[in-house]
Design a binder for this molecule. Sequence first.
Ligand SMILES: *[C@@H]1O[C@H](CO)[C@@H](O)[C@H](O)[C@H]1NC(C)=O
Ligand SMILES: *[C@@H]1O[C@H](CO)[C@@H](O)[C@H](O)[C@H]1NC(C)=O
Ligand SMILES: *[C@@H]1O[C@H](CO)[C@@H](O)[C@H](O)[C@H]1NC(C)=O
Length: 133
Amino acid sequence: MAAIVKSYCIAILFLGLVTNGKELILWFCDCSFNDIGVGQVRSERLIQGKPEWNVTVTNNCSCFQVLITLACKGFQSVEYVEPSILFKQGDICMLNKGHRLDGHASIAFSYAWDPPFLLMPVNSTVICTVSGE
Ligand SMILES: *[C@@H]1O[C@H](CO)[C@@H](O)[C@H](O)[C@H]1NC(C)=O
Ligand SMILES: *[C@@H]1O[C@H](CO)[C@@H](O)[C@H](O)[C@H]1NC(C)=O
Ligand SMILES: *[C@@H]1O[C@H](CO)[C@@H](O)[C@H](O)[C@H]1NC(C)=O
């Protein structure tokens, strides 16, 4: 897997590269926030009479992504949602404090409200590392 990512990154080397000493970082990886998938399933639980939803946010791409934001207009929950996982700023929620979500990795959280919120990905910054992983 790492080897595939590596050759893929080298193939787009001409697009731009910066060294920061330890790792090579390439931008313009062929990924975007469109490769972020948000899945929600209703759990068995009711919290204060409201259904609980289990949300899984998956980076469906080989390169890691940072500063992932989700549309979360009007988002509320009677279940406490850890702000380090989902931090609401107006109509936008920052995922994982803006920290990296690795390629093909997921982050999960639950909230409780009726009806559920759509939580569409709106933005991210894609970073493709050649080494240092
Ligand atoms: C994630 O990848 C799978 C397999 O390539 C694909 O079927 C699915 O539609 C992708 N989902 C998103 C949100 O990109
Ligand atoms: C929802 O999340 C809770 C807590 O992580 C877990 O115990 C439960 O099995 C999950 N339910 C579903 C339907 O995924
Ligand atoms: C997405 O984030 C980039 C910086 O990472 C910013 O320049 C751009 O305006 C943002 N786009 C939207 C739709 O928020």
